[in-house]
Ligand binder design. Structure first.
Ligand code: NAI
Ligand code: NA
Length: 396
Protein backbone atom coordinates (compact mmCIF):
# COMPACT_ATOMS: atom_id res chain seq x y z
CA UNK A 1 0.00 0.00 0.00
CA UNK A 2 1.01 3.65 -0.35
CA UNK A 3 2.00 4.81 3.14
CA UNK A 4 1.67 8.42 4.21
CA UNK A 5 2.29 10.07 7.57
CA UNK A 6 -0.86 10.18 9.72
CA UNK A 7 -0.40 12.51 12.67
CA UNK A 8 -2.15 12.46 15.99
CA UNK A 9 -0.78 14.89 18.55
CA UNK A 10 2.86 14.13 19.28
CA UNK A 11 2.83 10.88 17.41
CA UNK A 12 2.64 9.66 13.89
CA UNK A 13 0.41 6.63 13.53
CA UNK A 14 2.13 5.25 10.45
CA UNK A 15 5.71 4.35 9.59
CA UNK A 16 7.36 3.72 6.26
CA UNK A 17 9.31 0.45 6.00
CA UNK A 18 11.51 1.57 3.10
CA UNK A 19 12.14 4.95 4.71
CA UNK A 20 13.14 3.32 7.99
CA UNK A 21 15.45 1.00 6.07
CA UNK A 22 16.96 4.03 4.37
CA UNK A 23 17.46 5.71 7.72
CA UNK A 24 19.31 2.66 9.04
CA UNK A 25 21.44 2.47 5.87
CA UNK A 26 22.35 6.15 6.13
CA UNK A 27 23.44 5.63 9.73
CA UNK A 28 25.51 2.59 8.79
CA UNK A 29 27.21 4.56 6.01
CA UNK A 30 28.01 7.34 8.45
CA UNK A 31 29.58 4.97 10.96
CA UNK A 32 31.64 3.26 8.26
CA UNK A 33 32.84 6.63 6.96
CA UNK A 34 34.38 7.36 10.36
CA UNK A 35 36.60 4.27 10.35
CA UNK A 36 36.74 1.42 12.79
CA UNK A 37 36.66 1.71 16.56
CA UNK A 38 38.48 -0.88 18.66
CA UNK A 39 35.44 -1.42 20.86
CA UNK A 40 33.31 -4.15 22.39
CA UNK A 41 32.68 -7.29 20.35
CA UNK A 42 29.59 -8.64 22.11
CA UNK A 43 26.98 -6.05 22.92
CA UNK A 44 23.54 -6.06 24.51
CA UNK A 45 21.45 -2.99 23.69
CA UNK A 46 18.32 -2.43 25.77
CA UNK A 47 16.14 0.06 23.87
CA UNK A 48 17.81 -0.80 20.57
CA UNK A 49 15.19 0.11 17.98
CA UNK A 50 15.13 3.91 17.77
CA UNK A 51 17.01 7.02 18.86
CA UNK A 52 20.24 6.72 20.81
CA UNK A 53 19.85 2.98 21.37
CA UNK A 54 19.58 2.19 17.66
CA UNK A 55 22.57 4.45 17.02
CA UNK A 56 24.48 2.52 19.70
CA UNK A 57 23.63 -0.78 18.08
CA UNK A 58 24.67 0.46 14.63
CA UNK A 59 27.91 1.98 15.95
CA UNK A 60 28.80 -1.25 17.77
CA UNK A 61 28.08 -3.46 14.78
CA UNK A 62 29.41 -1.37 11.94
CA UNK A 63 32.12 0.52 13.83
CA UNK A 64 33.55 -2.37 15.85
CA UNK A 65 32.20 -5.47 14.11
CA UNK A 66 30.24 -6.44 17.21
CA UNK A 67 27.66 -9.16 17.60
CA UNK A 68 24.54 -7.46 18.98
CA UNK A 69 21.43 -8.50 20.81
CA UNK A 70 18.76 -5.79 20.74
CA UNK A 71 15.81 -5.54 23.12
CA UNK A 72 12.90 -3.22 22.33
CA UNK A 73 9.15 -2.82 22.60
CA UNK A 74 7.66 -2.26 19.16
CA UNK A 75 4.43 -2.97 17.33
CA UNK A 76 4.65 -5.51 14.49
CA UNK A 77 2.64 -4.82 11.35
CA UNK A 78 -0.76 -6.30 10.71
CA UNK A 79 -2.58 -6.52 7.38
CA UNK A 80 -3.19 -2.95 6.22
CA UNK A 81 -1.55 -1.42 9.31
CA UNK A 82 2.07 -0.42 9.50
CA UNK A 83 4.44 -1.49 12.25
CA UNK A 84 5.97 1.09 14.59
CA UNK A 85 9.19 2.58 13.21
CA UNK A 86 11.46 0.70 15.59
CA UNK A 87 10.17 -2.55 14.16
CA UNK A 88 11.13 -1.56 10.61
CA UNK A 89 14.45 -0.14 11.82
CA UNK A 90 15.26 -3.43 13.51
CA UNK A 91 14.24 -5.49 10.51
CA UNK A 92 16.53 -3.39 8.34
CA UNK A 93 19.35 -3.49 10.88
CA UNK A 94 19.29 -7.28 11.09
CA UNK A 95 19.30 -7.57 7.32
CA UNK A 96 22.28 -5.25 6.95
CA UNK A 97 24.14 -6.92 9.82
CA UNK A 98 23.57 -10.33 8.32
CA UNK A 99 24.86 -9.33 4.89
CA UNK A 100 27.93 -7.91 6.61
CA UNK A 101 28.47 -11.27 8.33
CA UNK A 102 27.55 -9.94 11.77
CA UNK A 103 25.51 -11.78 14.39
CA UNK A 104 22.31 -9.87 15.27
CA UNK A 105 19.26 -11.07 17.15
CA UNK A 106 16.39 -9.16 18.68
CA UNK A 107 13.81 -9.54 21.42
CA UNK A 108 10.51 -7.66 21.24
CA UNK A 109 8.94 -7.35 24.67
CA UNK A 110 8.86 -5.46 27.95
CA UNK A 111 12.45 -4.94 29.09
CA UNK A 112 11.20 -4.15 32.60
CA UNK A 113 9.88 -7.68 33.01
CA UNK A 114 11.70 -10.70 34.45
CA UNK A 115 10.64 -12.75 31.41
CA UNK A 116 12.38 -10.54 28.86
CA UNK A 117 15.51 -10.35 31.02
CA UNK A 118 15.54 -14.15 31.18
CA UNK A 119 15.00 -14.39 27.43
CA UNK A 120 17.95 -12.08 26.78
CA UNK A 121 20.14 -14.00 29.21
CA UNK A 122 19.27 -17.32 27.60
CA UNK A 123 20.17 -15.85 24.23
CA UNK A 124 23.49 -14.49 25.47
CA UNK A 125 24.33 -17.82 27.12
CA UNK A 126 23.47 -19.86 24.05
CA UNK A 127 24.96 -17.62 21.36
CA UNK A 128 27.59 -15.29 22.79
CA UNK A 129 28.68 -16.75 26.11
CA UNK A 130 29.16 -13.31 27.65
CA UNK A 131 28.77 -9.65 26.71
CA UNK A 132 31.37 -6.91 27.18
CA UNK A 133 29.10 -3.90 26.74
CA UNK A 134 25.52 -3.27 27.84
CA UNK A 135 23.80 -0.14 26.54
CA UNK A 136 20.75 0.93 28.51
CA UNK A 137 18.66 3.31 26.38
CA UNK A 138 15.04 2.89 27.39
CA UNK A 139 12.59 5.75 27.19
CA UNK A 140 9.16 4.77 28.38
CA UNK A 141 6.17 6.50 29.96
CA UNK A 142 5.28 3.45 32.06
CA UNK A 143 6.91 0.59 33.95
CA UNK A 144 5.41 -2.38 35.71
CA UNK A 145 7.52 -3.27 38.73
CA UNK A 146 8.17 -7.00 38.32
CA UNK A 147 8.27 -7.51 42.10
CA UNK A 148 5.00 -5.80 43.02
CA UNK A 149 3.11 -5.90 39.72
CA UNK A 150 2.32 -2.20 40.15
CA UNK A 151 2.18 -0.09 36.99
CA UNK A 152 4.05 3.19 37.48
CA UNK A 153 3.48 6.19 35.21
CA UNK A 154 6.05 8.92 34.68
CA UNK A 155 5.10 12.57 34.41
CA UNK A 156 6.87 15.58 32.94
CA UNK A 157 6.26 18.25 35.53
CA UNK A 158 8.15 20.88 37.49
CA UNK A 159 8.77 20.43 41.20
CA UNK A 160 7.81 23.09 43.75
CA UNK A 161 6.30 25.82 41.61
CA UNK A 162 4.06 26.15 38.61
CA UNK A 163 6.22 26.59 35.55
CA UNK A 164 5.19 29.00 32.82
CA UNK A 165 7.16 29.45 29.66
CA UNK A 166 6.93 29.35 25.90
CA UNK A 167 6.42 26.24 23.88
CA UNK A 168 5.79 25.47 20.23
CA UNK A 169 3.39 23.10 18.57
CA UNK A 170 5.82 22.00 15.88
CA UNK A 171 3.04 20.81 13.58
CA UNK A 172 1.39 24.23 13.37
CA UNK A 173 4.33 26.45 14.35
CA UNK A 174 2.20 28.17 17.00
CA UNK A 175 4.25 29.55 19.89
CA UNK A 176 2.18 29.81 23.05
CA UNK A 177 2.59 30.10 26.79
CA UNK A 178 2.28 26.85 28.66
CA UNK A 179 1.74 26.51 32.39
CA UNK A 180 2.47 23.25 34.14
CA UNK A 181 1.41 22.58 37.70
CA UNK A 182 4.07 21.13 39.98
CA UNK A 183 4.19 17.40 40.63
CA UNK A 184 3.25 15.88 43.95
CA UNK A 185 5.53 13.46 45.81
CA UNK A 186 3.82 10.44 44.35
CA UNK A 187 4.32 11.68 40.80
CA UNK A 188 7.99 12.33 41.51
CA UNK A 189 8.45 8.85 42.95
CA UNK A 190 6.65 7.25 40.01
CA UNK A 191 8.81 9.07 37.48
CA UNK A 192 11.96 7.91 39.28
CA UNK A 193 10.54 4.39 39.29
CA UNK A 194 10.06 4.46 35.50
CA UNK A 195 13.05 6.47 34.24
CA UNK A 196 15.51 6.16 37.14
CA UNK A 197 18.21 3.54 37.49
CA UNK A 198 16.39 0.73 39.30
CA UNK A 199 15.73 -1.36 36.22
CA UNK A 200 19.24 -0.71 34.86
CA UNK A 201 20.69 -2.13 38.08
CA UNK A 202 18.30 -5.10 37.90
CA UNK A 203 19.56 -5.94 34.42
CA UNK A 204 23.19 -5.71 35.43
CA UNK A 205 22.65 -7.69 38.66
CA UNK A 206 20.90 -10.45 36.75
CA UNK A 207 23.53 -10.59 34.02
CA UNK A 208 26.35 -10.66 36.54
CA UNK A 209 24.74 -13.30 38.74
CA UNK A 210 24.37 -15.52 35.67
CA UNK A 211 28.04 -15.03 34.77
CA UNK A 212 27.16 -13.31 31.53
CA UNK A 213 29.32 -10.20 31.95
CA UNK A 214 32.85 -10.50 30.61
CA UNK A 215 35.88 -9.38 32.62
CA UNK A 216 36.06 -5.58 32.35
CA UNK A 217 32.53 -5.27 30.97
CA UNK A 218 31.07 -1.79 30.67
CA UNK A 219 27.54 -0.53 30.84
CA UNK A 220 26.31 2.87 29.67
CA UNK A 221 23.01 4.71 30.20
CA UNK A 222 21.99 8.06 28.72
CA UNK A 223 21.12 11.26 30.52
CA UNK A 224 20.38 14.89 29.76
CA UNK A 225 21.08 18.21 31.46
CA UNK A 226 20.24 21.10 29.12
CA UNK A 227 19.94 24.86 29.51
CA UNK A 228 18.34 27.21 32.03
CA UNK A 229 15.18 27.69 29.95
CA UNK A 230 14.22 24.03 30.21
CA UNK A 231 15.59 23.45 33.70
CA UNK A 232 12.32 23.81 35.63
CA UNK A 233 10.53 21.25 33.48
CA UNK A 234 13.50 19.00 32.72
CA UNK A 235 16.55 18.78 34.95
CA UNK A 236 14.90 20.22 38.06
CA UNK A 237 11.58 18.58 37.29
CA UNK A 238 10.32 15.04 37.71
CA UNK A 239 12.38 13.64 34.83
CA UNK A 240 15.47 15.33 36.28
CA UNK A 241 14.90 13.48 39.55
CA UNK A 242 14.85 10.27 37.57
CA UNK A 243 18.09 11.26 35.82
CA UNK A 244 19.68 12.08 39.21
CA UNK A 245 18.75 8.57 40.27
CA UNK A 246 20.08 7.06 37.05
CA UNK A 247 23.38 8.92 37.46
CA UNK A 248 23.71 7.80 41.09
CA UNK A 249 22.98 4.23 40.01
CA UNK A 250 26.07 4.27 37.78
CA UNK A 251 28.20 4.47 40.94
CA UNK A 252 26.42 1.63 42.71
CA UNK A 253 26.64 -0.56 39.61
CA UNK A 254 30.36 0.17 39.32
CA UNK A 255 30.75 -0.91 42.95
CA UNK A 256 28.91 -4.13 42.24
CA UNK A 257 31.19 -4.88 39.29
CA UNK A 258 34.48 -4.37 41.14
CA UNK A 259 35.42 -8.05 41.20
CA UNK A 260 35.17 -8.35 37.42
CA UNK A 261 36.75 -4.92 36.81
CA UNK A 262 33.53 -3.68 35.28
CA UNK A 263 32.30 -0.09 35.08
CA UNK A 264 29.02 1.77 34.65
CA UNK A 265 28.85 5.21 33.08
CA UNK A 266 26.22 7.73 32.25
CA UNK A 267 26.73 9.71 29.09
CA UNK A 268 25.03 13.09 28.94
CA UNK A 269 23.78 13.50 25.39
CA UNK A 270 22.57 16.37 23.26
CA UNK A 271 18.91 17.35 22.93
CA UNK A 272 17.56 15.69 19.82
CA UNK A 273 14.26 15.04 18.13
CA UNK A 274 13.11 11.57 19.14
CA UNK A 275 9.72 10.15 19.96
CA UNK A 276 10.56 10.60 23.64
CA UNK A 277 11.68 14.25 23.49
CA UNK A 278 8.89 15.54 21.24
CA UNK A 279 6.39 14.79 24.01
CA UNK A 280 8.12 17.08 26.53
CA UNK A 281 6.72 20.63 26.68
CA UNK A 282 9.12 23.52 25.97
CA UNK A 283 11.82 21.17 24.62
CA UNK A 284 10.70 21.35 20.95
CA UNK A 285 11.03 25.15 20.97
CA UNK A 286 14.46 24.89 22.53
CA UNK A 287 15.52 22.25 20.02
CA UNK A 288 14.36 24.28 17.05
CA UNK A 289 16.48 27.25 18.19
CA UNK A 290 19.41 25.02 19.12
CA UNK A 291 19.39 23.27 15.74
CA UNK A 292 19.47 26.57 13.90
CA UNK A 293 22.50 27.78 15.82
CA UNK A 294 24.42 24.51 15.82
CA UNK A 295 23.83 24.09 12.09
CA UNK A 296 25.07 27.65 11.46
CA UNK A 297 28.21 26.88 13.45
CA UNK A 298 28.70 23.54 11.69
CA UNK A 299 28.47 21.56 14.93
CA UNK A 300 25.02 20.03 14.61
CA UNK A 301 24.79 16.30 15.29
CA UNK A 302 22.04 13.68 15.20
CA UNK A 303 21.87 10.48 17.25
CA UNK A 304 24.34 8.62 15.07
CA UNK A 305 26.94 11.40 15.06
CA UNK A 306 26.60 11.70 18.85
CA UNK A 307 27.00 8.01 19.53
CA UNK A 308 29.79 7.47 17.00
CA UNK A 309 31.69 10.30 18.73
CA UNK A 310 30.89 8.78 22.14
CA UNK A 311 32.44 5.47 21.12
CA UNK A 312 35.41 6.82 19.16
CA UNK A 313 36.44 9.82 21.26
CA UNK A 314 35.27 8.80 24.73
CA UNK A 315 34.62 5.12 25.44
CA UNK A 316 37.37 3.58 23.33
CA UNK A 317 39.86 6.42 22.94
CA UNK A 318 43.41 6.09 24.23
CA UNK A 319 44.11 7.46 27.68
CA UNK A 320 40.96 6.55 29.59
CA UNK A 321 37.41 7.85 29.58
CA UNK A 322 37.12 11.58 30.23
CA UNK A 323 34.31 12.58 32.61
CA UNK A 324 33.07 15.70 34.38
CA UNK A 325 33.43 16.27 38.13
CA UNK A 326 30.38 14.05 38.68
CA UNK A 327 31.78 11.13 36.75
CA UNK A 328 29.59 11.69 33.70
CA UNK A 329 30.70 11.45 30.10
CA UNK A 330 29.75 14.65 28.27
CA UNK A 331 28.84 14.53 24.61
CA UNK A 332 26.51 17.47 25.15
CA UNK A 333 29.71 19.54 25.17
CA UNK A 334 28.96 21.31 21.89
CA UNK A 335 25.31 21.97 22.83
CA UNK A 336 26.41 23.48 26.13
CA UNK A 337 29.14 25.73 24.69
CA UNK A 338 28.75 29.32 25.92
CA UNK A 339 28.59 30.78 22.43
CA UNK A 340 25.74 28.38 21.58
CA UNK A 341 23.77 28.84 24.80
CA UNK A 342 24.09 32.64 24.77
CA UNK A 343 22.56 32.72 21.31
CA UNK A 344 19.75 30.33 22.24
CA UNK A 345 18.88 32.44 25.28
CA UNK A 346 18.74 35.60 23.19
CA UNK A 347 16.59 33.98 20.49
CA UNK A 348 14.33 32.47 23.13
CA UNK A 349 13.28 35.98 24.20
CA UNK A 350 12.43 36.92 20.62
CA UNK A 351 10.61 33.79 19.58
CA UNK A 352 6.98 34.10 18.62
CA UNK A 353 4.75 32.36 16.11
CA UNK A 354 5.76 35.07 13.62
CA UNK A 355 9.53 35.08 14.23
CA UNK A 356 10.20 31.38 14.80
CA UNK A 357 10.25 30.28 11.15
CA UNK A 358 13.08 32.80 10.60
CA UNK A 359 15.08 32.56 13.82
CA UNK A 360 14.53 28.85 14.56
CA UNK A 361 14.89 25.66 12.60
CA UNK A 362 11.27 24.61 12.70
CA UNK A 363 11.62 23.04 9.28
CA UNK A 364 14.55 20.98 10.53
CA UNK A 365 12.55 19.89 13.54
CA UNK A 366 9.63 18.77 11.39
CA UNK A 367 11.92 17.01 8.98
CA UNK A 368 13.64 15.11 11.78
CA UNK A 369 10.29 14.24 13.31
CA UNK A 370 9.04 12.78 10.03
CA UNK A 371 12.38 11.00 9.60
CA UNK A 372 11.71 9.16 12.88
CA UNK A 373 8.83 7.44 11.11
CA UNK A 374 10.69 6.82 7.88
CA UNK A 375 9.29 9.79 5.95
CA UNK A 376 11.08 12.50 3.96
CA UNK A 377 14.17 10.50 3.04
CA UNK A 378 15.83 11.23 -0.27
CA UNK A 379 15.97 8.17 -2.48
CA UNK A 380 12.72 6.62 -1.27
CA UNK A 381 9.73 6.50 -3.61
CA UNK A 382 6.86 7.43 -1.33
CA UNK A 383 4.32 7.20 -4.16
CA UNK A 384 5.09 3.53 -4.72
CA UNK A 385 3.33 0.63 -3.08
CA UNK A 386 5.24 -0.41 0.01
CA UNK A 387 5.04 -3.77 1.71
CA UNK A 388 4.15 -3.09 5.33
CA UNK A 389 4.33 -6.78 6.30
CA UNK A 390 8.03 -6.77 7.07
CA UNK A 391 9.38 -9.25 9.60
CA UNK A 392 12.37 -8.98 11.89
CA UNK A 393 14.25 -12.09 10.90
CA UNK A 394 15.28 -13.30 14.35
CA UNK A 395 11.82 -12.78 15.87
CA UNK A 396 9.55 -15.80 15.40
P1 NAI B 1 13.48 6.58 21.91
O1 NAI B 1 12.04 6.76 22.21
O2 NAI B 1 13.96 6.87 20.53
O3 NAI B 1 13.94 5.06 22.23
C1 NAI B 1 13.40 4.33 23.28
C2 NAI B 1 13.72 2.86 23.14
O4 NAI B 1 13.22 2.17 24.28
C3 NAI B 1 13.09 2.18 21.91
O5 NAI B 1 13.98 1.22 21.41
C4 NAI B 1 11.87 1.48 22.53
O6 NAI B 1 11.42 0.34 21.79
C5 NAI B 1 12.45 1.06 23.85
N1 NAI B 1 11.46 0.78 24.87
C6 NAI B 1 10.55 1.62 25.44
N2 NAI B 1 9.83 0.97 26.38
C7 NAI B 1 10.29 -0.30 26.42
C8 NAI B 1 9.98 -1.45 27.19
N3 NAI B 1 9.05 -1.44 28.13
N4 NAI B 1 10.67 -2.59 26.93
C9 NAI B 1 11.62 -2.65 25.96
N5 NAI B 1 11.98 -1.58 25.23
C10 NAI B 1 11.32 -0.43 25.45
O7 NAI B 1 14.25 7.43 22.99
P2 NAI B 1 15.66 8.16 23.05
O8 NAI B 1 15.44 9.61 22.91
O9 NAI B 1 16.67 7.48 22.20
O10 NAI B 1 16.02 7.93 24.58
C11 NAI B 1 16.92 6.96 25.05
C12 NAI B 1 17.61 7.51 26.28
O11 NAI B 1 18.36 8.67 25.92
C13 NAI B 1 16.64 7.94 27.39
O12 NAI B 1 17.20 7.62 28.63
C14 NAI B 1 16.60 9.44 27.22
O13 NAI B 1 16.23 10.12 28.39
C15 NAI B 1 18.04 9.71 26.83
N6 NAI B 1 18.30 11.02 26.21
C16 NAI B 1 17.50 11.52 25.21
C17 NAI B 1 17.74 12.77 24.69
C18 NAI B 1 16.88 13.35 23.60
O14 NAI B 1 16.94 14.55 23.37
N7 NAI B 1 16.13 12.56 22.88
C19 NAI B 1 18.87 13.60 25.15
C20 NAI B 1 19.71 12.95 26.13
C21 NAI B 1 19.40 11.71 26.66
NA1 NA C 1 16.93 4.44 22.28
Amino acid sequence: MVIEPRMRGFICLTAHPDGCAKSVKNQIEYVKSKGSVDGAKKVLVIGASTGFGLASRITSAFGSGAATIGVFFEKPPSEGKTASPGWYNSAAFEKEAKSAGLYAKSINGDAFSDEVKQQAMDMIKADLGQVDLVIYSLASPVRTDPKTGILHRSTLKPIGNTFTNKTVDFHTGNVTQVSIEPANEEEIANTVKVMGGEDWAMWIDALKAAGLLAQGAMTIAYSYIGPAVTEAVYRKGTIGRAKDHLEATAFSITDSLKDIGGKAYVSVNKALVTQASSAIPVIPLYISLLYKIMKEKGIHEGCIEQIQRLFQDRLYADGGIPTDDQGRIRIDDWEMRDDVQEKVAALWERSTTETLPGIGDLAGYKNDFLNLFGFEFAGVDYMADANEMVSVESIP
